[in-house]
Write a protein that binds this ligand. Sequence first.
Ligand code: SAH
Length: 356
Amino acid sequence: MTDRNVSFYSYTLKALGELFHQHRLPESGPALLYNWHHKKKRTDPCVADLAIVSRNFVKEYFDFQLPVIQTVQESADRTVKFLFRLRDELTVESVLIPFNNKYTLCLSSQVGCAMKCSFCHTGTQGLTRHLAVEEIIGQFIGASSWLTQARPEDDKILNVVFMGQGEPLHNFDAVKTATEILLERRGLGLAPHKITISTAGYLPGLRRWKEEMPKVNIAVSLHSPMKEKRDQLIPLNQRYPIDEVVAFAEAIPEGRARFVTYEVLLIKDFNDSEEDAEATGLYLAGRNAFISLIPFNPFPGTSYQRPDAEKVERFKRHLDHHRIPTVIRKTKGDEILAACGQLNTRFGVNGPLTAR
Ligand code: SAH
């Protein structure tokens, strides 16, 4: 095996089939390999029924390295934050969020992020690079293998959300392929409605989505329908106005009674007033919308603050009047900086807790 080898984990089952075909290898190989490495999560060479000629090919051709778990932090509410070390020594974080004894896995799509949202800890670190397909899949395999070992009595990962570091639609190709791999029935086997991709409103990605992306859920970070406020929070809004973003997001769930999730971040004395709630309600009323209210999660160096719980409740009641289904996202893992918007790996292992 050399550095020039391609990662096995970057291949969809279909692409693997084409590769085997090109090399005139037995057709049964790809499904056997997917069963071994994805379903069973084995990292040693596949021997189960795989023809010798295929075994030799696989050994020569592929690299099976995955990101390595460097640290695991567990919070009292059973949230788990993983720091993964990548091949080039950069790091990314993923978070396992418990619901009873089932889990949602929050994946990162980039090292850092280019969007520079003013309320987001990842945004302050800038974009270092996109993640490769195998680095996204590696977070899933790493987290689920850890779960099997550390909490064998618990159920598995039920949902996957691309809400970790990065703007997933800015790394469209890798996120698309990784999603196809997550959905593969003969491998990891997630159902399409169990995967959600969250976007700050990166229109070039949304445009491609309609044609190319598997039918998974989409979440749009709205935060405010008011232009000046959204411009301040998400600079991307100046380039890709929210109306266009919403029009595209709504056009995506073709032919199905699907909804779009709108994330609304609430910041104390900035966008948590009744007028803000009313504007949000008016903007989303009549759409196929589901709102997730996220009280701001503070991080070192920010001047924004979290609103009082009572204010958040009042905001929700306003939306209820508009008959828009709304949940207040419960903050999990904030004492280990694992909550939404708190991920940041610029400073290394202890960085986010000690930096600034
Ligand atoms: N880039 C994507 C996904 C990553 S962020 C996006 O923007 O949607 C996932 C969610 O966490 C987004 O809704 C984002 O706005 C929110 N978020 C970011 N920083 C936050 C913070 N400090 N507190 C609460 N939510 C935050």
